[in-house]
Structure formats: C-alpha cells, structure tokens
Design a protein around this ligand. Sequence first.
Ligand SMILES: Nc1ncnc2c1ncn2[C@@H]1O[C@H](COP(=O)(O)OP(=O)(O)OP(=O)(O)O)[C@@H](O)[C@H]1O
Ligand code: SF4
Ligand SMILES: [Mg+2]
Length: 366
Amino acid sequence: MPDQPLLDVTDLRVSFRTRRGRVTAVDGLSFSVAPGEVLGVVGESGSGKSVSMLAVLRLLTNPNVTVSGEVLFRGRDLLSLPDKQMRAIRGREIAMVFQDPMTALTPVYTVGWQIAEQIRAHEPVSRKEAHARAVELLSDVGIPDAASRVNAYPHEFSGGMRQRAVIAMALACSPALLIADEPTTALDVTIQAQILDLMRELNARGSAVVLITHDMGVVSEIADRVLVMYGGRVAEEGPRQAVFHVPRHPYTWGLLDSVPRVGGTRLRRLPTIAGVPVSPDSLPEGCAFAPRCRLRHERCDERPELSAAPGTPAHRDACRLPADDRTSLRLTARAAATGAAAAEHAGRASKAERADKADVEREAAP
Ligand SMILES: Nc1ncnc2c1ncn2[C@@H]1O[C@H](COP(=O)(O)OP(=O)(O)OP(=O)(O)O)[C@@H](O)[C@H]1O
Ligand code: SF4
Ligand SMILES: [Mg+2]
C-alpha cells in the first residue's frame, strides 16, 4: 500500500487585492508529498512557487491576500488550525529555508542563541545543553571554529554561513518536512553543493523535502518527484525519471530544452521558451500556457485538467494534446523552436556583420 501523504494540498488558491484589481497567483493547485520524499518544484519566475509554499505555511500575512483550499499535514488542515498550534508546527514539524537566510535570522541575537532557542522551544533542555547542541550543529553544517562562531551575530557570517546556520536550525528539530525555497541561488557553486549535501543528509534521516529551484540540474540529482508549475497551476507532475525522460507538457519540454546538456554528443543552439510568462492579473480562461504554445489548438480554450499518462497513473499533466502521441509532437515543437532560435540568431549575426563591415569601411576611409 502506498504511503499516506505527509502533506496533501487540494485546490489551493491565493489571490491578492491590488490597485489593478484582484490578481490570482495560485489557481487551484493540488499536490502531495509522501513521508521522506524529495519533491522538486520548478517553473519560471512568477509561476507561484513561493506564494504557494508561503500559503501552505500560513506565512502570507498581508491583509490583501485571500487563501482558500485544503492543506492537510499529517491529517490536520493547516489553513484552519489555531495560530498557536500552527506556530508549534512551524519549526518543529515543518522547517523552512528561504533564499535569503536573513528571513529566518534575527539580526539582534547571536546565531548560537537563535539555534539554542529553537531547540528549547521544542525540547525540555537547559540553556547550557541547548548551547552545546548549537555548537555541535554549527560544526555539523561545516562552520569552522563553531565553539567561538556560535557567539557571532548574523551580519558577521557570510551568506553561505548564514544559510548553513538556518539549515542547522532545521536539523535541530529533525522536521518531518523541510520546505526550501531557492536555498542556494545566492551562493557560489561550492557552497551550493555543500548545502545540497546537507539537505540530502536531512532527507536520509527521514525528513521529506520540498525544494523550489530554477535549477533543473539540481532537481535531476536530488528529487524523487517533480512538480512543474506555470501560471499558479500544475502543468505536469510525476516521478523524476518520467518527467525528465518522457516529459508530456509543452511547457516542460521548453524548460528542459533550454537547459544545456552536459556531456551531450553535439552542441545545438538552445531554444528559449518564446514569449513572456503569463501575468497573474491576466490568466487565460483556458490553458495558461496557450499564448506561448506552438501546439495550441481550439480545445485549449477550455482549461485542461490534470490527467495521467497512459499506463503511468503517477505521471500527470494538464494539456489537451492527444495522450499517446506526445513524443512526436515534442519533436515537432522542438524543431519549430530551434528553427525560430536559429533564424533570430542569424538575424542578429547579419546585423552585427553589417555593423562590423561599416566600422571597417569607416576606418579604411581616407
Ligand atoms: N504581495 C503581492 N501582491 C501582488 N502580487 C503578488 C504579491 N506577491 C506575489 N505576487 C505575485 O504572485 C505571482 C507569483 O509569485 P511567486 O513569488 O510565487 O513566484 P515564484 O514562482 O516564486 O517566482 P521566482 O522564481 O521569481 O521566485 C507573481 O506574479 C507575483 O507578482
Ligand atoms: S493545452 Fe494546448 S495550449 Fe496548453 S500546453 Fe497543451 S497544447 Fe499547448
Ligand atoms: Mg520565488
């Protein structure tokens, strides 16, 4: 029997009241996370990744925001829990790591004090014991000379060290779920790899992880399942292998095709996804990706529901293309995108050539 989900989100909707009217940032999002699994969440900027996770954690406190849907965590609906119970869940059962570690750290207290308080909020240990654990945790996450750095303030840490301190806080409570939103984006590559290792370690100790990232390479390394978001909705979701090897949604094709393949047999010009991401104040009635989709047809004016790929119930996508012909359709779409990219490149190249020629002629003129 499959595991009961740890987190089960159904029909999550988030909208903001703005001067331009109401904008819908998350539009009927449903997904789940099993105990101990790593879910990679991908999608272009503005696709609603952060807003949806902030809504799950009840961290959208803006009075202009409206959140609806159901967010079951271990069977309890987080959206209707009293604040006190929600605070107890955050930090102890669900930990968070954001792109900017200063979101989680208070500038006026030492890093060690903050980690120790986190431990003491959830465990009946003395101040001294909590302090000793904080030193141990900082050392575990690779902070050199942890015994003295524990007394430093966040501004005395580098960005990578701060992020590690936040992860130490997450490790402190062995949460059932870690939600990490672009935790490595601001860091250099070596530190990125260390942070990912720490998340793997947390996962190996039994924590499930939701990892939001722009980096398809990271997702391909670390995720068990992948959720592809577009326009505040799920475009595709499924096991990592399935999404990477037999992706089904034209938006996922675009995301994958615009990533260079390391060790590929040949170089080819990488197409980008044409057009701009849909804005939450103008979501189409039908498929949100339609304005950018080369395979758009009249049925796309009706919003596609998520449906399973033939024979693979765990792999689902929201697209109105025929279910069994996606591979050849992908080739068609890729050829069109590559052709367009090549034409654009050629246009740019000949313009540059003309400019070079004009410069040479100018210089050669008496
Ligand atoms: N306070 C707000 N008021 C109005 N719109 C908002 C607000 N916060 C977010 N949005 C809108 O919600 C949409 C989703 O934003 P979100 O931050 O979730 O995107 P994202 O997928 O996390 O993008 P990125 O990859 O850039 O972090 C965006 O179009 C954003 O402009
Ligand atoms: S539903 Fe239509 S517009 Fe949307 S991705 Fe599929 S083919 Fe393209
Ligand atoms: Mg974000």
